[in-house]
Design a protein around this ligand. Structure first.
Ligand SMILES: Cc1cc2nc3c(=O)[nH]c(=O)nc-3n(C[C@H](O)[C@H](O)[C@H](O)COP(=O)(O)O)c2cc1C
Length: 163
């Protein structure tokens, strides 16, 4: 059945869009104090090859993004199969969520999740209106692939695909 836009319930929207599998990515940077801050996003994607750009969207209610954004740089860590605990820790609202995960510093001084499937170090370029989210567009400064398989989010569950 085709529904008109005015009748789309947020829950139905989430249920249907949850059929689109996504990667699980930690966006992390440094607060003004130097401490790490970050959150999990499923909206991270490649945007442009030349110049090399990526994008993701972050909820206006995020408490971590306002801590990361002043520095203008962050690392995106693509979580690997087996990193479900990292996903749970960093998608929580805990103040000290980085104390529960292994991380190290990127060449840009931003926090990378250890053992991730890939790392992309970025500088924020634009923030656009995205309804109840902000669309962040960032320039890639450095990137590296890790080992293993990715962690995947599909229909509200974390899972794995084998390459
Ligand atoms: C698999 C997965 C994907 C998510 N994708 C996003 C996303 O794209 N954007 C977003 O703002 N929050 C997303 N979230 C939710 C945030 O990780 C979560 O709201 C987190 O608590 C935000 O914390 P903060 O208040 O510390 O920023 C996702 C969570 C999970 C588990």
């Amino acid at each position: 059945m085709i529904t008109s836009p005015s009748t789309i319930e947020p829950r139905h929207f989430r249920d249907v869009m949850g059929h689109l599998p996504t990667g699980v990515v930690v966006v992390a940077g440094r607060r003004r104090t130097g401490e790490p801050a970050g959150l999990v996003v499923g909206t991270f994607q490649s945007l442009s090859l030349d110049p090399p750009l990526v994008s993701f969207s972050v909820a206006l209610t995020s408490s971590s993004w306002p801590k990361i954004r002043p520095a203008g740089r962050f690392s995106a860590s693509v979580l690997a199969a087996g990193q479900e605990d990292v996903c749970r820790a960093l998608s929580s609202k805990r103040e000290d969520k980085f104390s529960a995960v292994d991380w190290h510093e990127s060449p840009h001084g931003t926090p990378r999740i250890s053992g991730a499937h890939a790392w992309i170090d970025c500088e924020t370029r634009h923030e656009l209106d995205g309804g109840d989210h902000v669309i962040v567009i960032a320039r890639v400064r450095h990137l590296e692939a890790g080992d293993g398989d990715p962690l995947v989010f599909h229909r509200g569950r974390l899972g794995e695909i084998r390459s």
